[in-house]
Design a protein around this ligand. Structure first.
Ligand code: ATP
Length: 330
C-alpha cells in the first residue's frame, strides 16, 4: 500500500479532505494516509504554522495531497504555501483547466493545462525603494530554471497525450529575460518532434483566451504571466470551487486546490470538495494508477451530469450528500 501525506488544512480543509479520502477509499484504491496538520490551528501548540514534521513527512512519502492552509496575516509568519514550495523546491506549478459537466461557463470544451515556472522571475523578491518616488523590482530569468520548466511541460504533454506546447512571453519587449526563456523553449522543443510548437505574446494570449480558448492545449509560462493566466483559465471553467492545481519538484509533488480555506462556510457542510478531488485525481494519475483516476473522474462527472452539486455551483447538495452521490456512482 502506498503512503501519501495528507495536509488536511484549516477552515473547510478537514471537511473536504474527509470527503476525498472517503471517495478514494470507496474506489478501491488503497492509500495509507499520513495525516499532518498545519496552519492557523497548530500555531498555539507548536508555535509555527508549518512544523518541520510536515516537511519531513512530504520528503519521506514524496507525494502529498494538501487542503487549503491559512497563514495568519500580520503575525510575522511566512506563507505556508510559499514555504512548502521553497523548502521542497517545487519548481513547476501545474493547473489543468477542463470544463466539467453541468458547470455553467461561457465556453464549452475548454481543456487547457497551464504550466507555470514557480521559482524566479519577478517573484524572486529582489526589490528596493531607490528614493521616495522610485522603486525597482528585478526580473530574474535563468537558463536552468527555464530549461527544467520547459522540459516539464513537454514531458507532461508527451505522457498525457497532448498535442501542443505553447510558449508564452513578452519577448518582443523584454528581449533579454523573456528572450532567454523563449530561446530555451525552442532548444528543448527540438527533443520532442511529435509535439507541436507555438509561440505567443502574453497580451495576445489573454485576448485569444477570452474569445476562443479551445484552440489552446498546454501553455508554458514564466512565473508572473503564469500566475495571472492560470487564474484567467480557472475562471473559464467555473472558478474556485472546481480549480485544481499541483506544485511539482524533482523529488516531491504536492497536489492542492486553488481556493483558500473559505472560513465563511467552515463547518456548515456546504463546501465543494470538487477542486480537491480533481487535484487528487491528478495525483492518482501521477503515481501511475490511471484506472482509478479514470474511475473516480467518471463518478464525479456522472454526479454532476445528474444535476447534483453544492451551493457554490447553484445546487442544493451538502458536502456529505455530494460525496455520497459520487460514491454511489463509483
Ligand atoms: P485565502 O486568502 O485563503 O485565499 P479567501 O477568502 O481570499 O481566502 P477563499 O477561501 O478561496 O478565498 O474563498 C473565497 C470565496 O469562495 C469564499 O466566499 C468561499 O466561501 C468561496 N469558496 C472557496 N472555496 C470554496 C469551496 N471549495 N466550496 C465552496 N465555496 C468556496
Amino acid at each position: 500500500m502506498r503512503t501519501i501525506t495528507l495536509i488536511n488544512g484549516d477552515g473547510i480543509g478537514p471537511e473536504i479532505s474527509k470527503s476525498v479520502m472517503d471517495i478514494i477509499s470507496a474506489s478501491g484504491l488503497e492509500i495509507d494516509w499520513d495525516i499532518q496538520t498545519a496552519g492557523a490551528d497548530v500555531i498555539e501548540k507548536e508555535g509555527i504554522p508549518l512544523p518541520e514534521r510536515v516537511l519531513e513527512s512530504v520528503r519521506r512519502n514524496k507525494i502529498a495531497l494538501k487542503a487549503p492552509v491559512t497563514t495568519p496575516i500580520g503575525k510575522g509568519f511566512r506563507s505556508v504555501n510559499v514555504q512548502l514550495r521553497k523548502e521542497l523546491d517545487l519548481y513547476a506549478n501545474l493547473r489543468p483547466c477542463k470544463n466539467l459537466p453541468n458547470v455553467k461557463t461561457r465556453f464549452e470544451n475548454v481543456d487547457i493545462v497551464v504550466v507555470r515556472e514557480n521559482t524566479e522571475d519577478l517573484y524572486a523578491g529582489i526589490e528596493r525603494r531607490i528614493d521616495d518616488n522610485t522603486a525597482e523590482s528585478i526580473k530574474i530569468i535563468t537558463r536552468n530554471a527555464s530549461e527544467r520548466i520547459c522540459k516539464f511541460a513537454f514531458d507532461y504533454a508527451a505522457k498525457n497525450g497532448r498535442k501542443e506546447v505553447c510558449c508564452v512571453t513578452k519577448a518582443n519587449i523584454m528581449k533579454l529575460s523573456d528572450g532567454l526563456f523563449l530561446e530555451t523553449y525552442r532548444n528543448i522543443a527540438q527533443n520532442y518532434p511529435q509535439i507541436k510548437q507555438r509561440e505567443i505574446l502574453v497580451d495576445n494570449l489573454c485576448m485569444q483566451l477570452v474569445q476562443n480558448p479551445t484552440q489552446f492545449d498546454v501553455l508554458v509560462l514564466p512565473n508572473l504571466y503564469g500566475d495571472i493566466v492560470s487564474d484567467l483559465c480557472a475562471g473559464l471553467i467555473g472558478g474556485l470551487g472546481v480549480a485544481q492545481g499541483a506544485n511539482i519538484g524533482t523529488d516531491c509533488a504536492v497536489f492542492e486546490p486553488v481556493h483558500g480555506s473559505a472560513p465563511d462556510i467552515k463547518g456548515l457542510n456546504k463546501a465543494n470538495p470538487t477542486a480537491l478531488l480533481l487535484s487528487a485525481i491528478e495525483m492518482i494519475n501521477f503515481i501511475g494508477e490511471k484506472s482509478y483516476a479514470e474511475k473516480i473522474e467518471k463518478a464525479l462527472y456522472k454526479t454532476l451530469e445528474a444535476g447534483i452539486c453544492t451551493a457554490d455551483l447553484g445546487g442544493s447538495a451538502s458536502t456529505t450528500d455530494f460525496t455520497k452521490a459520487i460514491i454511489e456512482r463509483l
